[in-house]
Design a protein around this ligand. Structure first.
Ligand code: CA
Ligand code: CA
Length: 208
């Protein structure tokens, strides 16, 4: 099923946790909290260790909050294509940590979608249960190695990384300009060999 990019939510539902309530400032989202230009990097593949988002849910004392449901939610108005929606819900373990595979194609930039650079459209929220939800993180970008399609619409991601994506990647890599953000996969604010290597690791992978 096709889901478009723009708005990302993580809902964390407290389910009988013995620690305190989740804290926004004490929780840590990796690797995006360590990035200069934070982004979610998706690789459309099954069973790959290439790209994960790890959320360490802590309470006000910095102690991990176990048994909390963390859920990624993409805004239907975006054009991110997810491999399997079942990936998007995971529960924190005893230490309060949960890792979610970022298995999707497509690209999103909040400022392109709504034209407002101050509006954090690609975001994470924590739900504390009982219908309460609080904002955790915002991402200005969602990127992936899947830019173009060799099946169906050639201008849309198709859940696989092949020669059409390589051609697109190469065209930007040679002259990043204003499109450089689309292939800055590691979120360091630059297009370098490191991004090229990440693309190479994703090449020939798909959701099957
Ligand atoms: Ca593709
Ligand atoms: Ca980079």
């Amino acid at each position: 099923m096709r889901i478009s990019p723009m708005f990302l939510l993580i809902m964390i539902l407290a389910t009988g946790a013995t620690a305190g309530a989740p804290s926004v400032s004490q929780s840590v989202v990796s690797p995006t909290d360590q990035m200069t230009d934070p982004c979610l990097y998706g690789v459309p593949t099954c069973g790959s260790a290439l790209s994960w988002l790890t959320v360490q849910v802590n309470d006000d004392n910095g102690d991990g909050v176990p048994n909390v449901l963390v859920e990624l939610e993409f805004d239907p108005a975006s054009n991110v294509v997810v491999c399997n929606e079942n990936d998007l819900s995971r529960t924190t373990g005893l230490t309060g940590s949960v890792s979610i595979p970022l298995r999707f194609g497509g690209t999103c930039r909040a400022t392109e979608v709504k034209g407002d650079p101050d509006e954090p459209l690609c975001s994470i929220f924590i739900s504390l249960g009982g219908g309460d939800r609080i904002y955790l993180r915002g991402f200005p970008r969602i990127v992936s190695a899947d830019h173009r399609g060799s099946k169906g619409d050639p201008d849309e991601p198709d859940r696989s990384v092949d020669s059409s994506d390589l051609a697109y990647f190469g065209s930007i890599y040679g002259d990043p300009g204003n499109d450089g953000w689309r292939i800055d996969y590691n979120g360091d604010g630059q297009v370098t060999l490191a991004d090229n290597i990440m693309f190479g690791q994703a090449y020939n992978l798909d959701c099957e």
